[in-house]
Design a protein around this ligand. Structure first.
Ligand SMILES: C[S@@+](CC[C@H](N)C(=O)[O-])C[C@H]1O[C@@H](n2cnc3c(N)ncnc32)[C@H](O)[C@@H]1O
Length: 251
């Protein structure tokens, strides 16, 4: 029996044109595609003849458990199929790609990882926000507001040091807590923040304000889609998208 293979492919931040050439080629030749809710529909259309399985991952709406997803990948690979596991952004950035890679390789399944543009980079580019502008930031930290068991144990005073940029994933529901932690850590209430929702997509919205009013900014903008919170001097430059639907909020 021929051996199948699993490709963990990053779909990019939302705009389907931002997937890699390799990811696109793999989608066009896959036998099966297992995808998350952040994977753009237009990318699935590249695989019209493949078996396409939505495996969920939206918060509180997991269509399958992590174990079930891995079992589905293994079963198909053992049947000799070429399987694309399509994940939003980059598979290894807050995407559990590492867990899937370990699970599959431990069971002897050949796996290849195809990187994608992670949401922080896509959102920053689409909002005109230079994450390491020489005048403002000498470091960039990607942070998740949600750990395996709730709030992650982060070194907030270190994250609050000046001269860096934070890109916070999954932070909208925790905006008040994030702001308090950073203010307690020593960041000024006047530090610029920008919330980029549905980055790189036509529905992209950008809300800009200050750290001291982050919670109000998020509440007033009614952020409902996936969003990245940027914190740091460089966030001051954030503006609407190429297809602008900016939310002109200065809370
Ligand atoms: C489970 S994480 C997956 C991250 C993904 N692996 C990546 O590299 O971008 C989901 C979070 O990524 C962020 N995200 C993903 N796509 C986004 C987009 N188009 N605009 C803004 N934030 C996005 C949001 O913070 C969302 O809650």
């Amino acid at each position: 029996m021929s051996r199948g293979r699993v490709y963990l492919v990053g779909a990019g931040p939302g705009d389907p044109d931002l997937v890699t050439v390799k990811g696109r080629r793999l989608l066009e030749t896959a036998d099966a595609v297992l995808y998350d809710h952040l994977a753009p529909d237009a990318l699935l259309e590249l695989a019209p003849n493949a078996e396409r399985v939505y495996v969920g991952k939206k918060k509180s709406e997991h269509a399958y458990s992590q174990e079930e997803i891995c079992a589905m990948l293994i079963e198909r690979a053992r049947r000799g199929l070429t399987v694309v596991r399509l994940k939003g952004g980059d598979p290894f950035i807050f995407g559990r790609g590492g867990e899937e890679l370990a699970y599959l390789t431990e069971r002897g399944i050949p796996v290849e990882v195809v990187p994608g543009i992670t949401a922080a980079l896509g959102c920053a580019a689409a909002a005109g926000l230079s994450l390491t502008h020489r005048d403002h930031a000498q470091a960039l930290t990607l942070v998740t507001a949600e750990g395996k068991a709730g709030e992650p144990a982060l070194d907030w005073p270190a994250l609050a040091r000046p001269g860096q940029m934070l890109a916070i994933y999954m932070g909208v529901a925790a905006a008040g807590r994030i702001a308090r932690r950073l203010l307690d850590g020593g960041l000024s209430a006047e530090t610029p923040v920008a919330v980029v929702e549905n980055g790189t997509l036509p529905e992209q919205r950008v809300a800009a304000g200050t750290l001291g009013r982050l919670e109000q900014l998020v509440a007033a903008s009614g952020t409902a889609g996936p969003a990245i919170i940027f914190v740091g001097e460089a966030a001051r430059a954030a503006h609407g998208a190429a297809e602008p639907q900016p939310l002109a909020l200065a809370v």
